[in-house]
Design a binder for this molecule. Structure first.
Ligand SMILES: [Zn+2]
Ligand SMILES: [Zn+2]
Length: 290
């Protein structure tokens, strides 16, 4: 029996030092994470009213629990007179999502109204999107049962190159006029969102451990579910524990948000199992998305 407290309409609010994230993630039911300060969201398994103003949605993969309300988001924006949002999806899924958007549009559009399609952008590992001059998102590959991407948001800061330190402003202004590149970019990983994934992603993409905030799935936590986790392309708690002992020091994140638990577990099973089994120095950085 599904515990009745899993309600995608009642998200968890994470008050992190640099951003507030409103999120929900239970396996097969729904996953979404909204970051109003950064005007973006990850996945759209459900669409809260709070999600409607967000102009960019990064989609990890096409499974329904992550995308079912993608075009509900678009419809609500249209209804409220907003411009179309941009939906970033794995390249292999663009055709499918365009077809879905067209079907919804044909079903919902009043007769004679002009066509207004959402913007759907295909992403590949390494694709970069600028949210504004100092914030960029970069995609990386993720292992699941269908084409999947993770995304890292970077604060991008310009700093003086070492050889120009201490030069007066006047001189730097002249150098700028002369077209001399005296600054270099620093990309500071701020937040990484991994959707559904096996543990392989952490072994293959260790850079995710440098983000200040990391969203990570642990769908299965009970002993007899290891095989199921493997078959369904998910992470088991045992996989995570093995990774932590195989690769100590890789996950240096200040905040680790564990999510996408199987909907069979109740809250106390999840809390008690994680508290008993995760090492203390890891646990003190963990937020549990239930
Ligand atoms: Zn899922
Ligand atoms: Zn999935």
């Amino acid at each position: 029996m599904t515990p009745r407290h899993h309600n995608p309409g009642r998200p968890i609010v994470l008050n992190l030092p640099q951003e507030t994230v409103t999120a929900f993630s239970i396996s097969a039911l729904s996953t979404y994470a909204l970051i109003p300060e950064l005007n973006c969201a990850f996945d759209m398994g459900d669409c809260l009213l709070d999600a409607v103003p967000l102009e960019r949605v990064f989609v990890t993969h096409a499974h329904g629990d992550h995308t079912r309300c993608l075009f509900r988001h678009d419809s609500l924006r249209r209804l409220m007179g907003m411009t179309p949002a941009t939906y970033y999806v794995p390249e292999q899924t663009v055709k499918g999502f365009v077809g879905l958007a067209e079907a919804w549009h044909a079903l919902e559009r009043p007769r004679g109204a002009p066509a207004r399609m959402p913007v759907i952008v295909g992403m590949e590992p390494g694709s970069t999107v600028w949210l504004h001059r100092q914030l960029a998102a970069k995609a990386f590959p993720v292992r699941h049962t269908v084409p999947s991407l993770g995304y890292t948001l970077y604060d991008v800061r310009k700093k003086l190159k070492a050889e120009f330190h201490g030069r007066p402003g006047r001189e730097l202004a002249q150098l700028r006029k002369d077209g001399v590149a005296f600054e270099e970019e620093h990309w500071l990983p701020r937040l990484t969102f991994i959707g559904d994934s096996t543990i392989d992603t952490l072994y293959e993409e260790p850079h995710v451990g440098e983000s200040r905030v990391l969203f990570l799935e642990v769908t299965y936590i009970l002993e007899d579910e290891r095989e199921m986790a493997r078959e369904r392309g998910h992470t088991h708690l045992d996989d995570l524990l093995k990774f932590l002992s195989d690769c100590p020091g890789v996950l240096r994140n200040e905040h680790i948000v564990l999510k996408h638990f199987s909907m069979r577990y109740d809250r106390s099973t999840i809390r008690n199992t994680l508290r008993t089994r995760l090492p203390e120095d890891f646990l003190e950085r963990v937020h549990i998305l239930i």
